[in-house]
Design a protein around this ligand. Structure first.
Ligand code: P6P
Length: 335
């Protein structure tokens, strides 16, 4: 691994090599990274910064917002408004899209984000993160409306997350593999620490909230039961379980060492399809996982091919080590 390659140098070199990163997209990614550095500072202050606890308000999902949810959302909005690279933004924390104010130049990109995923972990000092997805504004139209955001995940031009944990780490794809950058707080810059992250096709580690077991569909119950039977059952090997209840952290573990992450369909709210959001959680994470050689479905279909009907649409998620995700799909096809 070449030493001390900053995010900026990486993006410039990637742009020079295959022009996958036009100048405006490079600017967008650098601005998002800078915003993540500010969010990391606020998260790391914790109680000392008076940023813990709830904000006495609800988001569009009907969830009580944490103070840091709102801070992170505002940091991302303010950082991205003036650069001229964006046409509009969408966030888990906002009912509808946020247009770039007329006083600033309009760009050709659409930015979607979950500003602080894993909020329930904020007050107990467990890793959380920012998830982002970049789409292009449809060609040849002046303004932007919410319907312009309703594009399948296979239309993304960039996707990534920043995890605020023992290290602050930015993980990014522009469609040419997955790169990881670790924040060097002395230099104040993200330094390339892994290129071409690869998810092993097999695993012995599953990630699911077991307390929901009685609500799952039979194929998921069968898959998890077989994992729990271990080497005495049809799988012939023992499994381990991890559930951090912070998607960005569970998915990061899978990108680093393999595994299968599941937030499946649940009969409690059948019309919602699942808990996680398609546009700014499942789509970016699914592209990252596929770019690292893994697989991502809703149990039956490739997540990146799903056509969204609304901005805050939810979806069932099964992603990670390819052979395990394929097994879950087979069980859905047979049950
Ligand atoms: P549960 C966090 O609130 C989140 O949206 C994801 O980050 C995480 O995977 C999931 O919800 C955890 O849900 O039901 O286990 O609390």
């Amino acid at each position: 691994m070449p030493q001390n390659i900053s995010l900026t140098r990486y993006l410039v070199e990637q742009q020079r090599i295959d022009d996958k990163i036009p100048a405006q997209l490079r600017l967008l990614l650098e601005v998002v990274a800078r915003a993540c550095k500010s969010i990391s500072q606020a998260v790391n202050k914790g109680a000392l910064g008076g940023v813990l606890g709830t904000a006495e308000s609800e988001n569009v999902q009907g969830e009580i917002q944490k103070k840091l949810d709102i801070i992170a959302n505002e940091v991302l909005i303010e950082a991205n408004e003036w650069g001229g690279h964006l046409a509009a933004m969408a966030s888990e924390e906002m009912d509808t899209i946020h247009l770039v104010p007329n006083r600033y130049p309009q760009g050709e990109y659409l930015l979607l984000f979950d500003p602080l995923d894993g909020s329930s972990n904020i007050d107990v000092n467990v890793s959380i993160g920012t998830i982002f997805s970049v789409l292009k504004k449809p060609e040849g139209q002046a303004g932007v409306q919410e319907s312009d955001f309703l594009q399948a995940g296979n239309k993304q031009v960039a996707a990534g997350y920043c995890i605020y944990g023992p290290q602050t780490t930015l993980v990014l794809t522009v469609g040419d593999g997955v790169a990881m950058f670790t924040l060097d707080r002395e230099q104040g810059s993200f330094i390339l620490t892994e290129e071409n992250l690869t998810i092993p096709a097999d695993t012995k580690e599953f990630s699911i909230n077991m307390s929901n077991k009685r609500h799952w569909a039979p194929p998921v119950t069968r898959y998890i039961d077989e994992c729990l039977e271990g080497k005495d059952g049809p799988r012939g090997k023992d499994f381990n379980m991890r559930w951090i209840a912070s998607m960005v952290t569970d998915v990061h573990r899978i990108l680093m060492r393999g595994g299968i992450f599941m937030y499946p369909w649940d009969k409690r709210e059948p019309e919602k399809a699942g808990k996680l959001r398609l546009m700014y959680e499942a789509n970016p994470m699914s592209w990252l996982v596929e770019q690292a050689g893994g697989m991502a479905t809703n149990g039956r279909q490739r997540i990146l091919d799903l056509e969204p009907g609304k901005l805050h649409e939810r979806v069932a998620v099964v992603l990670g080590s390819k052979n395990e995700v394929e097994r879950v799909t087979r069980y859905h096809d047979t049950l």
